[in-house]
Design a protein around this ligand. Structure first.
Ligand code: GDD
Ligand code: MN
Length: 359
């Protein structure tokens, strides 16, 4: 039986995988272990490099995901693919110090911990090769994260940790799965508090390949925190959708004013232009923010826009229908409020089912 599985997400890490495997083999000699690389169809041929290794070494495995991206979800799939009772997660780029892997695992077992985390920020730990800005960003994000997830950890943002399979299983159905921070996601998703400890290490500078942390990853991080925070009250997507809807009202009135008062068009022309503009900006914003993880691009962006027009058109009919039915008995304020509510709910549910249905 495999005792320890090391899950390694990869994107463009061809130059690093062989060296990582060699180091793991050296460190884990005599144990029953496997390493599972989860590659998101890297253009640099990482998957082929792993396959070549796997042909010679039975403890090397590969999962290849086509048409999907995302560190956290890659890790989740890697864990699901193994039956080892202990799971380690680490990066492929040799920035995580593999020599603490075995001591971390032993401490986890000895002290009957649930999770043990490689930390850059307890004494003995450090970061090499990061500029001032990246250090400050990381500290800021860490502080932000601690507001949402109550934890004693100094480095809840770490991507380097060992845990028991049972911990993962208790959280897996509630994971947000967004972005880079799988540990944070796990901590925020377990039903009961965990026994955790940290282990210091020196975060090394990257020698081969480059970091994938970009503005998109940061937005995903912010969305994951919001998801954990807001979803106590209402679904994050509905919150963002309503926010975008409110911005649409502002866009509508601005365009209406411009066309009707400034360009002096007829009212119905101005109203039509304003409605179309607001629907289009709502679509673009929802596509970028509310459905960041399902973004439509290229031709799909255009076809999505038309399906969104259709959804909103029916929303208007539902809105007016409900409002007219209530108008005589309930008065205009209540009728309008009920109509709007039904319209928004319809737009939200129908666009989720049609425009941004998960493929
Ligand atoms: N499968 C897959 N899909 N892997 C990915 C993806 C993806 O979309 N994006 C990145 N990876 C892989 C990289 O190939 C690498 O092995 C690992 O995930 C980390 O990516 P880096 O781009 O090197 O991230 P970093 O060095 O800026 O930050 C890492 O270390 C920090 C400290 O532990 C991450 O692990 C952070 O989460 C962590 O805080
Ligand atoms: Mn890295």
């Amino acid at each position: 039986m495999t005792e320890l599985a090391i899950i390694v997400p990869t994107f463009n890490e061809r130059a690093n995988v062989a060296e990582l495997v060699a180091r793991l083999e050296h460190l884990l000699a005599g144990l029953r272990w496997e390493v599972v690389f989860v590659d998101d169809d890297s253009p640099d041929g990482t998957a082929q490099a792993v396959r070549t290794l796997a042909q010679a070494k039975p403890h090397v495995r590969l999962i290849e995901r086509i048409g999907r991206r995302g560190l956290s979800r890659a890790v989740v799939e890697g864990i699901l693919s193994t039956s080892a009772p202990f799971i380690a997660v680490m990066d492929a780029d040799l920035q995580h110090d593999e020599t603490i892997l075995r001591p971390m695992w032993e401490k986890l077992k000895l002290e009957q911990l649930d999770v043990i985390v490689g930390s850059r920020y307890i004494s003995g730990g450090s970061v090499a090769g990061w500029n001032e800005q990246r250090v400050r960003m990381s500290q800021f994000a860490t502080r932000l994260a601690k507001h949402v997830v109550r934890t004693e950890l100094t480095d809840p943002m770490s991507g380097f940790f060992v845990l028991r399979r049972s911990v993962f299983e208790s959280a897996v159905r509630r994971l947000s799965g967004r972005g880079f921070k799988i540990l944070l996601d796990l901590l925020a998703s377990v039903p009961t508090p965990l026994r955790v400890a940290e282990y210091p290490y020196r975060f090394r500078a990257r020698l081969e390949g480059e970091s994938k942390l970009d503005s998109g990853v940061m937005l995903e991080f912010a969305l994951m925190l919001m998801d954990k925070y807001i979803s106590q009250f209402l679904p994050l997507r509905f919150f963002l959708f309503s926010l975008v809807g409110a911005s649409g009202v502002a866009v509508h009135f601005a365009v209406l004013w411009f066309a009707f008062r400034f360009l002096q068009t007829e009212f119905w022309t101005a109203q039509t232009i304003a409605t179309l503009t607001a629907m289009t900006s709502n679509y673009a914003l929802n596509n970028w923010l509310t459905y960041h993880d399902r973004q439509r691009r290229g031709f799909a962006w255009v076809s999505g826009l038309f399906s969104f027009y259709a959804v909103c058109g029916l929303g208007v009919i539902a809105n007016v229908g409900v409002a007219s039915a209530l108008f005589i008995r309930e008065g205009w304020v209540l009728a309008a409020a009920a109509g709007t509510l039904v319209g928004v709910a319809w737009n939200y549910l129908a666009s989720a089912a049609v425009t941004w249905r998960s493929r």
